[in-house]
Design a binder for this molecule. Sequence first.
Ligand SMILES: C[S@@+](CC[C@H](N)C(=O)[O-])C[C@H]1O[C@@H](n2cnc3c(N)ncnc32)[C@H](O)[C@@H]1O
Length: 553
Amino acid sequence: MNSERSGKGSGMSTHPTGDRRGKENDRSRSGTSGKNGLGGKGNGARGRRIDDRGGRSSGTRGSGSRTPPLALAGVPVQVGQRIESDIVGLTHDGEGVGRVEGYTLFVRGALPGERVRVEVLSIGKSFGRAQMTEIVNRGTGGRVEPPCPIHDTCGGCQLQHLDYQEQLKWKRQHVVDNLQRIGKLQVAGDQSGAGTAALGDRSAVIVHPTIGMDEPWRYRNKAQVPIGHGEGGLIGGFYEMGSHDIVEMDSCLIQQEENEETVRAVKEAARMLAISPYNRATGRGLLRHVVVRHARTTGQRMVVLVTNGFDIPHAQEFVELIRERVPGIASICQNIQTAETPVVFGDETRTMWGEDVIYDEIDGIQFAISPRSFFQVNPEQTVRLYGKAVEYAGLTGKETVIDAYCGIGTISLFLARHADRVFGVEIVPEAIEDARRNATINGMNNVEFEVGASEVVMPRWQKAGITPDVIVVDPPRKGCDPALIGTMLELKPERIVYVSCNPSTLARDLRLLEDGGYRALEVQPVDMFPHTGHVECVVSLHRRPSNKVDFIT
Ligand SMILES: C[S@@+](CC[C@H](N)C(=O)[O-])C[C@H]1O[C@@H](n2cnc3c(N)ncnc32)[C@H](O)[C@@H]1O
């Protein structure tokens, strides 16, 4: 398991965020796009291969040997047909949702409010996919020219063609839609922040406007670059949209420049030493991924060479070349991944040179970060996210707090400054080693960490008599384990703070918590991944009093 939670558009890889929470590099992109989403190079062919939503296609995945239908009874469009469609929504993947006689067509690159001409690529019973060929009417959709030259091919940023302020509005709306549809929650508040006064409203949860960045570029502190074989030898960059073909690339506008520089240097060094790139088709070749991190507050950089086997030829020279070329390099590690899998990291990591961690700081707290540990990729927004979590925890210094899914103890240490005791639990052993080290280097002795699944460890703590006043959860994309929710309800903390990177699993879990006696009061969306379809939320929940007297005044 590794790394961050969201983030396509990691910069430099299909799954830029390196989703510790999800499958790394495991997404296939759907649809096609040309410049600004208009039909461009190779669109047709690529588009027909891809269908990751269950719509029929001539696709490469899941279609078996069945020939996809060109027409279907009850479906008002046929494959190949050219028609106009109004775009009425946007999916979390950044595809426009078009309607034709009530039938849904997903159109990559199209924006809500626009009327577009499309060619139908594939159809299914309930929806199909189409390629935009022309924008007939722009409406007030907020379309902008994507500044990234490879926006169309990469697809890592699904929303670059949408004005940033509109992106923030769309993210809030996406959260609201999920809370209403899946969580069956009543929602108050609006895009302007009005409605916050409705905190006195006893039935609705306030969803605040999304907290965005002032300068929403160059934010990523980590790049995860797939390596492969190109015409000129070793290449590294990103997976072409909808495929696992690697395209050479040295620049990504959401990536910190230091990471670009590091990746270039490592590729150069590998070429000089004729290190063989991994070939996904044959399973041969050595270098699979180059993963780099940059700690902005200390200037330290880390390189992780993910290799298909233990032996690296000219390993010493490789290390020397990287050290010569990368300013601030503090750690060079090797991770061995020999499995045929899209998962980036294998289980074994060794330090080739320098320390086994780099150090970064958030809001005055220092963190040691090892190669496979999760660490938020957007430092500027992390302060805002964690700040909100601490605010919602409502600590006075007397409380016992549990931080479930604690990673390297980031939120735990933020909480520990304001609580009596904090207990953190996390499933990745290296992360817990980092967490303990982090508590020590910050001189915090009111925090304890335990390795294990939260749903297993929390009942043990319950039996041991730990009675939390506040529980904070920050689970992976799949949300909380139902058993964990059961234990939380038994523990009856006064407050629960839910940090989530996936509005749909958040909505599901909020419904369980509401039914179990809690009230979701406020939701704060935070834009941790500008220009992608991802949105992070912090939710404040309070326990309903058992005597049924409403507790909100
Ligand atoms: C979204 S991250 C949150 C990390 C941390 N709160 C932070 O902000 O850096 C989710 C974490 O949950 C961990 N995890 C996944 N499944 C888990 C489980 N069942 N029990 C405990 N931790 C788990 C992952 O390894 C990851 O570190």
